[in-house]
Every structure is written in structure tokens, then in C-alpha cells.
Design a protein around this ligand. Sequence first.
Ligand code: ADP
Length: 612
Amino acid sequence: MKVYFRLLSFAKPIEKFAIPYFIYSILSVVFGLLNFTLLIPLFDILFKEESITAVNDIILTKPHFELNSQYFKDLFYYEFHRMVRDYGKMGALQFVCIVILASVFLSNLFRYLSQRIMESFRIHILLNMRKIVFDKVMGLHMGFFSNERKGDIMSRITGDVSGVMISISNTLLVFFKEPVTLIGYFVVLFMMSARLTVFTIFFIPASGLIISMIVKKLKAAAVESNVSQGVLFSILDEALSGLRVIKAFNAVEYIQTKFHNENLNYARIARSMVKRQELASPISEFMGVSVVAGILLYGGSLVLAKDPSLSASTFVAYIIIFSQVLRPAKAISSSFGSITSGVAAGERVLSLIDAPNDIVDKDNAIVINDFKNELEFENVSFSYGLKQVLSGISFKIPKGKTVALVGPSGGGKSTISDLIPRFYDPTSGEILIDGHNLKDCAIESIRAQMGIVSQESILFNDTILNNIAFGMPHASKDDVIQAAKVANAHNFIIGTENGYETFIGDRGVKLSGGQKQRLSIARAVLKNPPILILDEATSALDTESEKLVQQALSNLMQNRTSLVIAHRLSTIQNADEIIVVENGKIVERGSHADLIRQNGGLYFKLNMMQTI
Ligand code: ADP
């Protein structure tokens, strides 16, 4: 229940929706009931053999206006009898039908209005919740995502959030509408026949109980199906983003089988869920009809015995109204099931919202406004969970200098570069920017000092202009063009279909590798940060393209402080310091000339391998 109340907070402000919904619902119920009660005079006309004036409710003088139900009832019967007297039974029949039409129209109008409010309430919950969850996920530290499936997170933001929305809106609306409907119906039923109503009242809780027991069992299956959907999303995401590799390795069949198996699993879970879910309806239907049969028997016996408390036409109208009672009764009992399945989905959503963020600003964090002297690693160690990947890393990058990291793959170079923008924090040791520990500084202010050009160009399905101006919404088009020129990208951009307004497709599929890199470089040029972190692309570019990228990079690095992860040693020979990292430790360091002199050293060997 605690979880449910927390989930309710997503529905705020509830009263904004609940109050008008409540009013429209009452009006719709009142006119709906009117419809059914009008059946009594209708039946009277059709079935009564004796003169209609024998009816008890005869009103011969027009009633005085009062705002209560008795006035309207009297008015109706006054008009009704006037009709019978002046126009005969046929005229009265027409009159009843017109009143029925009017009340059906009003009842449906108010139902429509209440339904509209309910839908906008649902959309409101969905909007709120998706925003909160997405904002939270975006703010989480990178380490969180190493342990989570991307698809599962997607499933929580889509499927589970919808599950919570349905549950909250259903239960709240049931709470606001159905009790009123039920009470309204029972008041009318009571007025029609108190004896029969007392008799029926005992049947309803029994049927409600059985239905709610069935729905309760659904909870486990609902969670299972969302988990399975998460796995499906993951496979789908991998399959779509890795399509090129999948096809190249003839692995289409493998990925199809993988998807198919999970799809089958999902279908199995969904089937078993449906089996139980669908059972609720026939069982409740059967229970409902049993109750009606019981009433038919009891009420019928009263009518047959010519009991004065129940006329035949009242009895038929009674049965019809009673059959309407089952719907709100069913809705109330199944809303308990909806709470449990909503809570199950809600737990998955809340676990995302509650995920602790390991990397947050301290209170009174120092705001770094510029970069003056140096960036320093002081005896830094780091582990991913239990796996230690860096130990005792110490080096400095003085302002304006370039430091290159080289070494075998898996040595820890990318991890070192990820510590600078605080994607992760060191397990021990310190990283200092102008003497301030990064942990004491405001994260956004640190990141504002840095430009990152990674191995993979991270581009978005947007225009070239927006991709370059990413994160800098106030940049002018001229600034963007200027940056593109520095990054050797302007010429190819103006050659595209719509120039800077060309959409580049998902992750930039419409561009070549070199073009994507030059866009990433243009983005960094535009940001114009004092510190640069470059992860050189490993993917082989053709010589022409590589030359353009290299030139763009050296334009970018001019007058900046850079940390370069180098895969091709030829590009970093001019670096001020080259640091060789192997198995998380610094094994050699110095200038290119120093390191090459260490005949037999790791750098020497790497260099030999690349020059062969
Ligand atoms: P390099 O950039 O030199 O190739 P990395 O810094 O990428 O090396 O990786 C260093 C080590 O850390 C590797 O053994 C790698 O498997 C491990 N590693 C990298 N990222 C993660 C992660 N998110 N979770 C766990 N281990 C990781």
C-alpha cells in the first residue's frame, strides 16, 4: 500500500481531475437511472389492461416547482396522464419515448465529458511519470548502466509506466465514480422494492470476492511479462544498431533465433496471463446471471402472489436496473486486482527512480569557471565493482600541453579519460583541476571546461546544424559554419542535399566514418573548451579522409590542453609526454624520442609493430 500511495503522487493534482469527473459521473448516473425508471410507465402502457387512471401515482393538478426529485416525478406523471387523457395510449407512448431519448442523450453527454476528463487524467499521469523517470535516468552515473540492460530500462519507461498509469487511473476513478453509481442504483432499487433489495444485497459481495481472488493471481505474470519485454527490447536494440555486423557475419539466423526464443517466451507468459485474465469475465457473468436468476425466482413469486409491494412492470424494470449494478460492482472488485498489478509495475519504475546516484555535486561544490594551470592525477586507482583496472596512476597535464596515452587494448586508457569528466570517480587517489579535487567541484562546471571527441562519433537523428550545435542551443549559424570549416567539414556539408539542414539519420548512418568524425570535431570546436579529451578512432579511414580528420584534429588541439588516447603512434609523436599504460599501470613515460631510445621497451615494440 505504501508503494501505491507513492505512485499516487504522480497523479497530482488529483482534485483538478477528480472533482469535475465526479460531477459529470453523478449527472450521467442520474440520467442513466432516469432512463430505466421510465420503463415502468412504458410497461404500464403496454401491458396494463385496466384503465391507466387506476395507477396509484395519478397527479391531476400541475405540481408547484421545487428543486427535488419528487417535483420532477410528479411533473412527469402529471404530463403523462394528461397525455393519456388527451391523446390516448399512443400519445403517451410517444411522450415517454421522447423523454427517454432526452435522458439517454444527457446521460451519454455527461458520460462523454467524464470520459474525456479520465483520458486527460491518464495522459497527465503518463506525462508526469515518464518525465520524472527519464530525467532521473539521464542523471544517473555511468556505472549504473554497466549493470543494467538497456532494453529493461526502456521497458520500464514504456510498459511499466503505462501499467502504473492504468492502475492508478482505474483505481482512482473507480473510487470516485463507482461507489456513487452503486449507491444511486441501490437507492432506486430500494425505492422500488425494499424486500427484494435486501434479498439481493447478500449476493453481490460473494460474486465480487471470487472475481477479486482471480485477479490477484495476475500480479506475478504481469511482472514476468514486463521483464520479458525488456529482454525483447534489448535484443531489438542490439539487432537494429548492429545490423551491419550481423549481416556481415552471416549471423542473421542467430539473432533471429535469439529474438524468436524470447518472443516465444513472451507469448507463453502472455498466454498464461490472458487465460487467467479472461476467466474473470465469464465467471463474473455466470455469477451475475445466477444472482439475477435468484431474484427472478424470489421477485417472480411475489408478483405471482399478487403482492401489493411489487407490480409486474416495476419488477421487470427492477431486473433491468439490477443488471446494471453488476458492472460497477465488478469494476470495484477488479480495481483491487488493478492495484496489485500496478504496484508490481510501480516497483520496477520506483526502483529506477530510487536508484542511488553515486556521482552527485557536494553541498557548496566549487564552480570552476576557467582552467588556469594544470590537470593532475595523483596516485589514482579505480575498479569497476570488484575488478581493479587502474592502480597508482600519477601524471600532470600542464595548461597548453598534450599528453598521449598509449598501450595495449584493455590496459585502462579509456577508463583514465572517463575519470576526468567524472563519468566515474576514482576508488582512491585524487584528480585535481588547478589544485581542486574534482570531487569537490560542480560536475557541470567541470564538463563545461572539456570537449570530448570519442572513438565512436555519437551523433543524433537530427540536422547537421543541430548535431554540431549539440548542447549549445544559443550558437548562431555563422558560429556553426565557422566551426565546421575549422573541422574540415564545411565542404562536404554544403555538398549534402540540404546543406546544414540535412538530416543525418539514426546515429548518422547517412554519413561516412570520416564525415561523422569531422562533425564530432566541429562540435568540439564550437564548444571551444580549454581541455580536450580525444579518443582516436581505430576504424581505418581511407588516406584522404584520414588526412582531413588529422588536420581537423590538429586545428582543434591548437592552443588547448589535450589528453589523447592514441591508437596510431604516428599521430602523437609531437606530444609533450607519452604515457604507456599496461594492465592499469604506467609502465613507461617520456617524449617519443626518450621512449624510442628504450630499446626493448613496450613503446619501442608497439612502434616497431606499427611501422612494419
Ligand atoms: P583501454 O581503453 O586501454 O582499451 P579500458 O579502459 O577500456 O581499456 O578497459 C580497462 C579494463 O576495464 C578492461 O579490462 C575492460 O574489460 C574493463 N572495463 C571497461 N569498462 C568496463 C565496465 N563498464 N564495466 C566493467 N569493466 C569494464
